[in-house]
Design a protein around this ligand. Structure first.
Ligand code: ATP
Length: 256
């Protein structure tokens, strides 16, 4: 990052912004992805740019769901690929799960660019949607999936999804784990597990939770029995509505 010292109060936010811009320059991220990122930044600001207790609860549930899934898939769009390619590749490798590319704005060129970018960051197996398998309950080009990826999946981990497709995935009987800084989006309200957090922060916490539950699937199943996604969405919305997130001192939000 040019001319911004690590001590700058907005260093991390600016670093993430640079990663998205680099994604656009590489042809991995759509220009529209910049707008989606800006919306995310605004919510992150209101949440105080930290991983709060409701996100930690959801990250735990996500880890539990991933290790107990029969056929998990990691679904990646241009923003996720720009921000956390190595982390998503490593997660897929740990789970033995394929990665599947999904783009909101149809582009075969960009799908291939995302695939190349993920492979270059160590992802073992990256699938592209084909014309051979489709999701019901959705009409756009986003209904196409890969038959061995989302087509066969029982759990889809999709950081950054749009509401229609999330709804279609859930209606088709799949469980969906998403990461979305807006607890009020249709995606957040539809997903089975919603992590209200920045995808960059979540991906630095999730691997250790996955490692923990892999050795204790009994505990993972027990946690999923009692997990209540709506409760943590309400908690996230309450922080935003209280309007204090951006101004709280870290000491005041211990554990939350
Ligand atoms: P929906 O269709 O679910 O109602 P939307 O149309 O409001 O969503 P989109 O434009 O599809 O939103 O996608 C932007 C979403 O992604 C926003 O909710 C934003 O908060 C979220 N987002 C953007 N960047 C990040 C990020 N780095 N980490 C987590 N969430 C993010």
């Amino acid at each position: 990052m040019t001319d911004v010292p690590a001590s700058h109060p907005r260093y991390e936010s600016l670093r993430i912004r640079d990663a998205i811009v680099a994604g656009v320059e590489k042809g991995v991220t759509s220009i529209h992805g910049l707008i989606a990122h800006g919306r995310g930044e605004a919510f992150d600001y209101l949440l105080g740019e930290r991983t709060r207790h409701f996100a930690r609860e959801a990250i735990d549930a996500a880890a539990a769901m991933l290790v107990t899934a029969g056929r998990p898939v990691v679904s990646v769009n241009g923003n996720a690929a720009a921000l956390v390619p190595g982390e998503l590749g490593a997660l897929a490798a740990t789970l033995g799960a394929p990665i599947e590319v999904n783009v909101f704005h149809a582009s075969k060129v960009r799908e291939r660019a995302i695939r190349g970018h993920m492979l270059a960051h160590g992802a073992p197996n990256v699938l592209l949607p084909t014309g051979h398998a489709v999701l019901d309950h959705i009409d756009s080009n986003r209904r196409f999936v890969h038959p061995d990826g989302i087509g066969a999946a029982d759990v889809v981990f999709v950081p950054l999804e749009d509401g229609d497709r999330c709804q279609a995935l859930v209606r088709s009987g799949r469980r969906v784990i998403t990461i979305d800084l807006n607890p009020m989006s249709r995606t957040s309200r539809t997903a089975t597990v919603t992590i209200v957090d920045n995808v960059v922060r979540t991906m630095s916490v999730l691997p250790e939770r996955v490692a923990g539950y892999r050795h204790d699937t009994g505990a993972a199943r027990a946690l999923l029995e009692r997990y209540d996604n709506a409760r943590w969405l309400r908690a996230a919305e309450a922080v935003i509505r209280a309007g204090r997130g951006a101004f709280e001192e870290p000491a005041l939000v211990r554990g939350g």
